[in-house]
Write a protein that binds this ligand. Structure first.
Ligand code: TNX
Length: 514
């Protein structure tokens, strides 16, 4: 009797241990912490196993979809250590993963997808390869970022239907204040696409640096690109390198929006070419962090020749529809010069086949058809822009500036727009900030990382994580489906992903990290 009790004492824990191992196989898709939160998730209670004989099938005859399938194979390789084969097919296969385009599911729009997982098969269908790419990001979130060797890679079954609230879900990276090289920008793009962000706005020029080669004005990069905040060596992208970034982004459903800021924030250009200055003298290069002291000479014809050349060369290597003309903080350009200047620059951009985005100050001019005003600070300007027919891109500094400190103890960053803790970054609604602004007038949402105090990828990561997933969700998920008290638990689950990716993130006390 005694020995029987003893035996059951040791078998019971053993049994429990076995059960807990068994229950670790994911079978409830609705328990996965997806960010951004999908429109609908239906769990079916079983699991699908990825192994080294899993094949990715892709509908034949679609090169973009084929590339998307190759991307998935590459991501699975990083997770599982084996690279699935990619096979083009003409019909629905019976097993494996299948990527397909269905043109008759209009609810999904340009970027939505349906992801259906059953015991034998995963199907990602969308109206476009961009939609399939988004479905892949959701699928990847059902897996760890690195599978432990000898562990089966199993995921829960069910169906997800999903599509975004806003078509423009952006992040800005200021490569003017500090330069970030091609590899660093690619790393940044990897972070963005995992959360379905589809625009990277690159601030390519500022007082402290000119970062893009312009062949007709070579000194911009040579001189203007030669330093950065704090006096470091700076840098610039050759046109080939820029195209490499554009292509890398494109393969990850990200459009590059290049910004050439003007007429202010132009000291690097003014230092490169004396003739762009009203007094004909080139100022010294600038490595401080003040704003608002520089201006192109709005009355000189050469200024418009310069802008035309820059926009022409930049447009030729930018497949996306937008050129950002800055227009912010031109404190030393009188308004009577600023307005005709912005009007003329808009015509130049339009003549090169691109649409305009500018910071909210450009509303003082006459926004051309298709122009977008980027609301960062001034509600009056934004309302004026709306009144003049522009669309609005929502980037409120006090909520969506990734360079704002989390709290008073944050070493990096600035605080002029206030501290932005993770809850504050998440708890707002794009339609509620500007009076009379309806959803239809909003192009989208963009979080901005200014880099006066940020000089390497570790520092980028610290400011971006964990706020970035929240901005991605604000742009993707309807406001009524978002609640901080539920979101913070989902975000907590992503802590393990950040750790496994070696991301240097801010461990906010507000998040119940695992
Ligand atoms: C304001 S936002 C700026 C930038 C600074 C940023 C710092 C905007 C259009 N202008 O030039 O880098 O604040 O937070």
């Amino acid at each position: 009797m005694k020995s029987k009790v003893f035996l059951s004492l040791i078998t019971v824990p053993f049994f429990v241990l076995q059960i807990s191992c068994v229950t670790k196989i994911p079978t409830d898709l609705s328990k996965t912490s997806f960010i951004p939160k999908p429109v609908s998730v239906t769990a079916t209670g079983e699991s699908f196993e990825f192994n080294n004989s899993t094949i990715i099938y892709v509908l034949e005859g679609n090169p973009d979809l084929q590339k998307t399938a190759q991307y998935l194979a590459g991501e699975i390789a990083k997770i599982a250590g084996f690279t699935p084969q990619v096979n083009p097919v003409t019909e629905l296969p019976e097993t494996g993963v299948f990527l397909t385009e269905l043109k008759n599911d209009s609810e999904l729009g340009k970027e939505g997808y349906e992801l259906s997982i059953d015991k034998k098969q995963i199907i990602i269908s969308a109206q476009t390869s961009a939609g399939c790419f988004n479905g892949i990001q959701t699928l990847l979130q059902t897996m760890p970022v690195k599978n432990e060797s000898n562990k089966l890679l199993k995921i829960a079954t069910g169906t997800i239907r999903d599509y975004p609230e806003f078509e423009y879900r952006g992040t800005m990276l200021d490569v003017g204040r500090h330069f970030f090289n091609v590899e660093e920008v690619k790393q940044f793009i990897n972070y963005l696409c995992a959360y379905k962000i589809n625009v990277l706005h690159l601030g390519l020029s500022n007082d402290q640096g000119w970062r893009i080669e312009i062949k007709s004005w070579p000194k911009l990069a040579e001189i203007g690109g030669s330093t950065e905040v704090g006096g470091g060596e700076g840098g610039y992208y050759t046109q080939e390198q820029y195209s490499e970034i554009v292509q890398y982004a494109q393969e990850r459903n990200i459009t590059i929006v290049p910004e050439i800021d003007m007429p202010g924030h132009t000291n690097a250009a003014l230092a490169s070419y004396a003739e762009l200055n009203c007094n004909g003298k080139a100022p010294e290069l600038y490595t401080g962090i003040e704003v608002g002291f520089s201006t192109l000479c709005t009355e000189k014809e050469i200024t418009y020749k310069f802008i035309d050349d820059v926009i022409r060369e930049l447009s030729a290597i930018t497949p996306g529809p937008y050129i950002h003309i800055g227009g912010d903080e031109s404190h030393v350009t009188p308004m009577e010069d600023y307005i005709p200047f912005v009007n003329r620059v808009q015509e130049i951009v339009v003549s090169h086949g691109k649409k305009i985005i500018g910071w909210d100050e450009i509303a003082n001019a006459n926004p051309v058809e298709g122009a977008t005003v980027q609301f960062w600070d001034n509600i009056k300007n934004t309302t004026m822009g709306l009144g003049k027919g522009a669309k609005v891109l929502i980037s409120p500094a006090s909520k969506a500036y990734l360079d704002m400190k989390y709290d008073s103890t944050t070493q990096l960053g600035l605080k002029w727009a206030g501290y932005i803790e993770v809850d504050h970054a998440y708890n707002w609604n794009p339609t509620e900030l500007v009076p009379c602004l309806t959803k239809a007038k909003i192009l989208g949402v963009e979080a901005a990382l200014w880099t006066e105090t940020i000089s390497n990828i570790d520092e980028i990561e610290y400011m971006v994580f964990p706020r970035l997933p929240g901005y991605a969700e604000i742009a993707w998920t309807k406001t009524e489906d978002r609640k901080w008290d539920e979101y913070k638990f989902r975000l907590a689950q992503h802590g393990k992903r950040f750790e496994d990716l070696d991301i240097n993130f801010y461990r906010s006390n507000l998040i119940p990290w695992e």
